[in-house]
Ligand binder design. Structure first.
Ligand SMILES: [Zn+2]
Length: 267
């Protein structure tokens, strides 16, 4: 098969607990799970198109935006990375219509385990997508809050006790930290919350377990980029998070290359 288009993070779904990955290139939807074990080539066409406005850009900002959109698009507003800074609940945002559907809707605060345990927040529509993108294999919802700002406030509070970043190397090596008792960690998190935040806690939440389509995990992941290698090829060993795992411990973060025009060939 052969397809060409601008990269965008892979679409995911869960099929019996295992993640199914679809890569959309132009109008073609490619089932990536079916390519595992096969030889694939990604040829960068030396063109990046902004994922917001579509214009050509010589450099990608914040995973796929041109400089102008990086400065003005609602998708790159400060509250994307710092939810506690969100001011949409005060009627202030780059784009209030966007804020209505992205900030002023229920959010979840969760604990997830990729390599170690971490705290995070996400919109209610992004479960389990958010966890899959991070390569987590276990996750549980801790609190449900009415908007992005409050989610950020809870997260900031818990960041003193839990990590908020995923170690991508450990995640790709599949260091699962199986000793972590996520129920106990949730109880600990709840116990730490002050009374005004405890009201948002949700009990009786199921623990999600996710598995990824991987034949062999890399021992020492080496990150590839089209900025250095225009043609990337090898045997696809698996997919985890938004990473394609290739032979010889090489890994390619698809999300990091959002907007890059590539041609995919598979045998
Ligand atoms: Zn743009």
């Amino acid at each position: 098969m052969e397809a060409q288009g601008n990269l965008l993070k892979m679409k995911t779904s869960l099929v019996n607990g295992e993640v199914d990955y679809q890569l959309k290139l132009n109008d073609e939807l490619i089932n990536m799970n079916q390519l595992i074990g096969k030889s694939i080539t990604l040829d960068y066409q030396h063109q990046i198109n902004c994922i917001a406005c579509g214009k050509k850009t010589s450099k990608s900002f914040s995973q796929g935006f041109c400089y102008n959109c990086f400065q003005t698009a609602p998708e790159t507003e400060e509250c994307v990375l710092k939810p506690e800074m969100c001011r949409a609940h005060l009627g202030e945002a780059r784009d209030m219509a966007f804020a209505q559907s992205h900030c002023l809707i229920p959010h979840y605060v969760y604990l997830a385990v990729a390599s170690g345990i971490k705290v995070g927040i996400t919109r209610e529509t992004q479960i389990p997508t958010r966890w899959i993108d991070q390569g987590a294999w276990k996750a549980v919802i801790v609190a449900k809050v009415p908007n992005r700002h409050i989610a950020g406030v809870v997260e900031v509070f818990l960041k003193d006790y839990f990590a908020d970043k995923t170690n991508w190397r450990s995640m790709l090596k599949n260091e699962q930290a199986r000793a972590i008792d996520i129920h106990a960690e949730k109880e600990k998190a709840i116990g730490l919350l002050p009374a005004e935040l405890k009201q948002y806690v949700v009990n009786e939440e199921p623990v999600w377990e996710l598995s990824y389509p991987v034949q062999t995990f890399p021992l020492k992941p080496q990150s590839l980029t089209f900025d250095k290698e225009a043609s990337i090829s090898g045997i696809l060993k698996g997919i985890k998070g938004q990473y394609l795992l290739l032979d010889q411990d090489r890994v390619l973060n698809i999300r990091k290359h959002n907007g890059y025009l590539v041609k995919l060939t598979a045998e």
